[in-house]
Design a protein. Structure first.
Length: 526
């Protein structure tokens, strides 16, 4: 078979592409490069990059061959080689090379190209360039196009050099600027031009806008409010909607966070423009204070909520600031209120109290281990001993299966009775007398006590005065220190008082401890 040479393909392109999509991070990145590529006798190479994000800092940049010379690429964006097309001829004469770029950002369109040619033949040589760079702003629309050209011709001691640079911008007015210089041998000539086409429109004052009503309306919309469960740890209670809750109300966990946000204007930020207008009165806004249940929230208990805003929509930026500045900036849009304290149901409205039958498990361990266990519980949960005691005695834990079974000798047999206003809890135990009740102190006209909600006859509630120091052998309350009579206290306060008593007095043979008041042997008196 005769040897046959295989002709190279007319078009031979080699492209490397690498991409990354980060769904949780809400961003996309693509990089590509042409190498060892040809179109007939022309070699082709160049680079491109795409960056897009749609999270808290949305942005979009696409560049093929780079950006306009006046544009500063964002930090982290790769430096790209221009797309280049070169003519390959034996000996490298003539030389023809074309370069270009194309880029799109959120507010600009950029395109540019340059041609270079050189030729030599004996004593004659010539070379020249011709190129342009165009930049289009999308909002508000305007453009700037720069054009440049050079020519250099030499032959046996004679030289001719021409250099031209010009720009065309608009609209209204359209403006043409240019400069040309010509060198012929030892002689030089130059000229400048600056021509305006059309008249600039009259500058009309911008309309005025009142921003505050729109901001207040946005903060008042229920969809701009949200609640989150406590970060880490256990929520201690679960939530349900009350029949009295109005439509659109947000149910917030007492240990969680409550957040409000809006995107009308950034907060704590000077507003110079607003929807094609200027502020009529106030030009800066902030959330000065937050109240929960009528009580002010300390500044340290809340933090700013950030949202991406486009500075160009609220500030009068120069062309350079628009070109090189960030498209979006994270600015304050609202506030988040963190846990500022725990209150119990019914403290403000008796209608929110749900009455039910309760069962309790009571243990009376050694006072040293008892105190140590409570200290460890408070430390691990992050809540005060009083809060832990309240939740463990009257919350979901108290009603769980683990608290209703086992160790029957230590359980309280509860019987349900009817009260005039509904079902109440009647705790009775043949060993310790009649119906046991825990009453708070400092009762007010609404039935609220320092220890909790006022109790009806035969009902039980957890409060701040629900424990007492007793002789553990008889469970009879005892007076300690300088007390005239046994004093009910909160669990933590009672243990602290007992510890202080032990430290200040000599052992008297009694074995003292702290128990809930309904477990004390009071002979039916309360």
């Amino acid at each position: 078979m005769p040897n046959q040479e295989v002709s190279p393909p007319a078009i031979d392109l080699h492209l490397d592409v690498v991409g990354e999509i980060d769904i949780p991070g809400k961003r996309l990145a693509v990089d590509a490069a042409l190498y060892d590529s040809r179109v007939v006798n022309w070699s082709v190479d160049g680079q491109m990059a795409l960056r897009s994000s749609w999270g808290t800092d949305p942005a979009f940049l696409l560049a093929v061959g780079g950006f306009h010379p006046a544009y500063d690429a964002p930090t982290g964006f790769p430096t790209l080689d221009r797309v280049r097309v070169s003519l390959d001829v034996p000996g490298g004469n003539p030389v023809v090379e074309l370069t270009g770029y194309f880029a799109v950002t959120s507010n600009t369109l950029q395109v540019g190209a340059q041609a270079y040619a050189a030729f030599e033949a004996g004593p004659f040589s010539a070379k020249g360039t011709l190129g342009f760079d165009a930049l289009f702003y999308l909002d508000p629309f305007r453009f700037l196009i720069d054009v440049a050209a050079t020519l250099d011709v030499r032959v046996e001691g004679f030289s001719l050099a021409i250099d031209f640079a010009g720009s065309f911008s608009g609209p209204t007015p359209y403006r043409l600027r240019g400069r040309i210089s010509v060198d012929i041998g030892p002689l030089s000539f130059s000229a400048n031009a600056n021509v305006a086409l059309g008249e600039a429109p009259p500058v009309e004052p911008l309309p005025r806008a009142t921003i505050l009503p729109e901001l207040v309306a946005a903060l008042d919309r229920s969809e701009n409010w949200s609640a989150a469960l406590p970060a880490g740890g256990t929520p201690l209670v679960s939530l349900r909607r009350s029949p009295s809750d109005a439509e659109g109300e947000v149910t917030a966990h007492p240990l969680g966070t409550l957040t409000v946000r809006q995107t009308v204007v950034p907060l704590a930020y000077r507003i110079e423009r607003f929807g094609g207008a200027v502020p009529s009165t106030h030009d800066s806004f902030r959330i000065a204070a937050v109240r929960v249940g009528g009580d002010p929230v300390m500044d340290r208990a809340r933090s700013d909520v950030l949202e991406p805003f486009a500075p160009g929509q609220y500030r009068s930026l120069t062309a350079a600031e628009k070109l090189s500045g960030d498209d979006f900036v994270d600015l304050a849009a609202g506030t988040t209120v963190v846990d500022t304290g725990t209150v119990h149901g019914g403290q403000t409205d008796q209608a929110n109290v749900t009455r039910t039958r309760l069962s309790y498990e009571q243990r009376v361990p050694d006072e040293h281990s008892d105190g140590a266990r409570e200290t460890a519980t408070a430390r691990s949960s992050g809540h005060s001993p009083a809060t832990v005691a309240a939740f463990s005695a009257a919350g979901d834990v108290a009603n769980s299966g683990a608290r209703r079974t086992g160790e029957a000798a230590f359980s309280v047999r509860a019987a349900e009775t009817r009260a005039a206003d509904g079902v109440a809890v009647d705790l009775r135990d043949a060993r310790f007398g009649d119906a046991l009740t825990a009453a708070g102190t400092a009762e007010d006209s609404d039935g609220i006590t320092d220890g909790g909600v006022r109790t009806d006859e035969g009902s039980f509630q957890v409060g701040d005065s629900d424990h007492v120091v007793v002789d553990l052998r008889t469970l009879e309350p005892v007076a300690i220190a300088d007390e005239d009579a046994p004093t009910p206290r909160g669990a933590h306060a009672a243990r602290e008082a007992l510890a202080a008593h032990r430290a200040s007095t000599s052992p008297d043979g009694r074995r003292l401890g702290v128990v809930p008041i309904h477990r004390a042997n009071t002979g039916g008196a309360r």
